[in-house]
Design a protein around this ligand. Structure first.
Ligand SMILES: [Zn+2]
Length: 246
């Protein structure tokens, strides 16, 4: 039984998932277009070759574009926890918001509630561990920033969707580590959470991009690309949660 009322707006942009691949990842996006209609048109345009399983409008209306058993084209070149090409194994949800390019704004409460209900249903239908509820920016940190730092990951986790470390002290943005020896631990923690990171090296642009992705998801107060004290505290908090089997 489904509690979420989704309106069917079929997109032609899907194909078969590879045989034997589990659906074990949920990727959240923002649409990043000026209007919901423009996003829906593009996600249903055969020439665009992009799609998602669902779109959630700002008023909480849910549209189903692609059946969950089919592969939609939302994640592109991507990586999480040892897997690439996450379209094969994921459900994609596009959340209407103009995004950083067209006037990034808060996600309305009704929209967040609809996203939460939809995600809970998706999690009930598939073997998706909480730690595999991710942002597009988590799986493609070098080229994506959606759904971004205004998305309420903490609230979502409190309602049973995704991972959020409780009771982590706010240590601020000082105390950033930059030497390669300390950054080795940062790299290890990011890798344990699921990001694509090299095991060692300085704070290069690739690591800064992953740190920004981490911050957009788990430390939205300051998206700096720096391994500051507050970011480290959250990083260790998330790493411990996923290590405990989240
Ligand atoms: Zn996206």
């Amino acid at each position: 039984m489904s509690l979420v009322t989704a309106r069917d707006l079929p997109s032609p942009n899907h194909d078969a998932r590879p045989a034997g691949t589990p659906i074990d990842t949920l990727v959240l996006h923002y649409t990043g277009m000026k209007t919901a209609q423009a996003a829906l048109d593009r996600l249903r345009d055969p020439a665009a070759k992009v799609s998602s399983h669902y779109v959630v409008d700002e008023d909480g209306a849910v549209f189903r574009l692609v059946p969950e058993q089919r592969r939609a084209y939302h994640a592109g070149v991507s990586y999480w926890r040892g897997h690439t090409g996450l379209n094969d194994r994921s459900i994609g949800v596009e959340i209407v918001n103009p995004g950083h390019e067209w006037g990034y704004r808060d996600f309305p409460v009704l929209q967040l509630a609809a996203v939460c209900d939809l995600c809970l249903e998706i999690l009930s239908r598939h073997p998706i561990p909480q730690r595999n509820v991710v942002a597009h920016s988590d799986v493609a940190p070098d080229r994506k920033e959606d759904p971004g730092e205004r998305f309420d990951w903490e609230g979502l986790a409190r309602n049973g969707v995704g991972v959020w470390p409780e009771e982590v002290p706010d240590l601020g943005t000082g105390g950033a580590v930059r030497d390669a020896a300390s950054l080795r631990d940062v790299r290890r923690a990011l890798s344990e959470i699921g990001y694509a990171v090299a095991p060692s090296g300085p704070l290069d642009p690739a690591l800064a991009a992953v740190l920004r992705a981490f911050q957009r998801h788990w430390r939205p107060e300051a998206v700096t690309g720096q391994a500051d004290a507050g970011t480290l505290a959250r990083l260790l908090g998330v790493a411990q949660l996923v290590g405990d089997g989240a």
